[in-house]
Design a protein around this ligand. Sequence first.
Ligand SMILES: Cc1cc2nc3c(=O)[nH]c(=O)nc-3n(C[C@H](O)[C@H](O)[C@H](O)COP(=O)(O)OP(=O)(O)OC[C@H]3O[C@@H](n4cnc5c(N)ncnc54)[C@H](O)[C@@H]3O)c2cc1C
Length: 407
Amino acid sequence: MTRRIDILGAGLSGLSAATILSREGYDVHVYEIRADSGARFDGDFQGIENWTSDTDFFDEMREWGFDPEEFKATPFNIIDLIHPDDVITQPSTDKPAFRVVERGTDSHCIDQGFKRMAQAAGATIHYETRKALEECDIIAAGPKESSAIAFGEIFHTDHPNHVSFQLNDKLAPGAYSYLIIIDGIGLICTCLWRQQKKSSRYLNETIAWYEEHYELNRRPIKRVGGKGDFSLPDRYIHEGRYYVGEAGGLQDFMWGFGMRYAITSGVLAAHSIMERCDYEKEIRGRLVPLVRASAINRFLMNRVSNRGFKMVATHWVRDEKRHGDGLHFMKWVYQPGIFRRALWPVVKFAMLRRKQLKDGRMVSRMPFRKSLSRDVWEPSARAIEIGEEWKSIQRGGGQTSFAENEG
Ligand SMILES: Cc1cc2nc3c(=O)[nH]c(=O)nc-3n(C[C@H](O)[C@H](O)[C@H](O)COP(=O)(O)OP(=O)(O)OC[C@H]3O[C@@H](n4cnc5c(N)ncnc54)[C@H](O)[C@@H]3O)c2cc1C
């Protein structure tokens, strides 16, 4: 008899599991609360990293049977690294350091590519449908709570394809901002790892900064955003249910690069159901050390301000000179080495809080940190103008897919 598998959430992790299981002949049903896959993101750009493993992630995806040609991806092997004192350096590497994909409901988006693969394999996706968690085998419903948020603006631009990554504790409290431009569409985003009353203040100031340093000729389209939930559960299978992706706390505490963990965990859950591996063991062996290393890095980043961020950027530059590879630093940062491992008990005690979730799981979670006195500053005249400009665009129908104080 064909075994039925019910999956909660048609995002990357849920659709990855659905594709593999359907191909194997399981009767797979995916329940998605939104109207379509990718609707949570509405057209923002995200980078799939290539530094947590020596294997190129697209090769890994091909080995699992996914076709990366199903969605648009733009590889980058060079970025502008913007130091907190506005110095710009350009770490580079030989192979793709990451690929930029679009999240959303347009057909070239990664979410739609994964949806097509799942449906072609035979999975049935039920959109705008609620399903009790207890009735599902795989929980792939993404983040529940907020430990951090990102807030961005999408715009038309004449600037060529480009990625900037900026470490700046003023514009992006505790975190970073970025500029991504792909084929005439730009995204400027600021990430807030400390909770703020008005996130748009940070976005306006960040946009003002990029406008001053790049020839953007920016014509705003919409504002987007989202939250990240950083928590480590005690177990990844709970009451017989597999927790994958961000629902399972498989997210990067340091900088939020969770897509690779989401797809990988979806695949591992499917393989475990097919009795090819033990999910709990695989997750603990492959992903938990990376997540822990990222949590330890986050703990360290939480202790520093722009002076510390400058040290990170300077170290990155020196590391590239020493090793002849700008990606070497990122690989090192994400490696769970002896020093980081030794710090783990301190991090667990000082940064994470024990919590029981509604579904009964115990997690150690990173609360959204409170704002600091240095987060309050006077906006620049240009940032105020940008805020006003956005308000008038909104009045004319400009969409914001993420409430300003959401999270
Ligand atoms: C603004 C922003 C920028 C990011 N940038 C990057 C980046 O550059 N690189 C990177 O690797 N990662 C990035 N991430 C993180 C990445 O998006 C996530 O880690 C990844 O999407 C997690 O995949 P998932 O399958 O767990 O969740 P999702 O892909 O979010 O899928 C979860 C799905 O479950 C649905 N759902 C939720 N609740 C229910 C319910 N009760 N019933 C049914 N369905 C439900 C949701 O609608 C959603 O479709 C970013 C996140 C944000 C918010």
